[in-house]
Design a protein around this ligand. Structure first.
Ligand code: G3P
Ligand code: CA
Length: 250
């Protein structure tokens, strides 16, 4: 399979964090619908593996905070996860919302022409297999699509496994603080972008990253003044919980 073309992901100015920010239950199709309602072209979500190796959406290591279940996500099969209510914690209007598989979300995004940033968020101890299986599933689900999903991760081992499995899918290195050796990491993983916590970015680093030819995304930007400053520094995309942060465009 050919290497990915650089700039393979369009990097819209705003990206909805965990589907629909804080307006809907995170990492659910209801969240993606909320993003669409605000005119968003792109969303981010967190993906891990169930006990029976199905790729599904969840941020935490346990299901406790964002569902009516209890316990470690890695110990549950997809059949068990599918029984959970992943919406009721966010209010009665969302009660009964399913905990989706990556396939569920791919179907929604492809039908709505919504771009997806898949954050590979492995359960403890499952870094490499999660990177490999998420990349393979993403390549299968988006085969023939006009825009591929973008894979990102804090875990270098997961990104390396994704790169080995599906080199054509675009990748981004995700970090809180930008490490001194960011150039070497991006080159080794053949990434198109760096994604960082906006609080740790400086104007100088933003200039260097852009000058090196990479896309730059900051998370989680919820203040309009921060948004304007970061865009003025050359940041391409802002991942936000506040869907009213900026008019969704580009
Ligand atoms: O991908 C950016 C952001 O989502 C990373 O932080 O904790 O929300 O997954 P977190
Ligand atoms: Ca995330």
């Amino acid at each position: 399979m050919p290497q990915h073309p650089k700039q393979a992901w369009p990097y819209p100015e705003v990206v909805a964090h965990r589907g629909g920010g804080t307006l809907a239950p995170e990492n659910t199709v209801a969240g993606f619908r909320e993003g669409m309602r605000y005119g968003y072209r792109a969303a981010e979500c967190d993906v891990k593996l169930s006990a029976d190796n199905v790729c599904f959406l969840l941020h935490d290591d346990t299901v406790d905070r964002t569902s009516n279940g209890k316990g470690a996500a890695r110990a549950k099969t997809m059949a068990e996860l599918s029984q959970l209510d992943a919406g009721g914690w966010k209010g009665g209007a969302f009660a009964g919302e399913a905990l989706p598989t990556l396939a569920n979300v791919a179907a929604y995004c492809l039908a709505q022409r919504m771009l997806l940033n898949i954050e590979i968020k492995p359960c403890p101890g499952r870094f490499e297999e999660t990177g490999r299986l998420v990349a393979q599933e993403a390549a299968r689900l988006w085969a023939g699509a006009s825009a591929p999903p973008l894979l990102s991760s804090f875990e270098i081992d997961a990104l390396r496994a994704a790169q080995a499995a599906e080199p054509a899918l675009p990748r981004a290195f995700l970090c809180e603080e930008i490490p001194a050796n960011w150039r070497a990491i991006l080159a080794e993983l053949d990434c198109v972008a760096l994604h960082c916590d906006h609080k740790t970015l400086t104007e100088e680093l933003a200039r260097d990253i852009k000058a090196a030819g990479y896309q730059l995304l900051c998370y989680t930007v919820n203040d309009p003044a921060d948004a304007r400053r970061l865009l003025a520094w050359g940041v391409d995309s802002l991942c936000t919980d506040r869907l009213d942060l900026l008019p969704a465009r580009g």
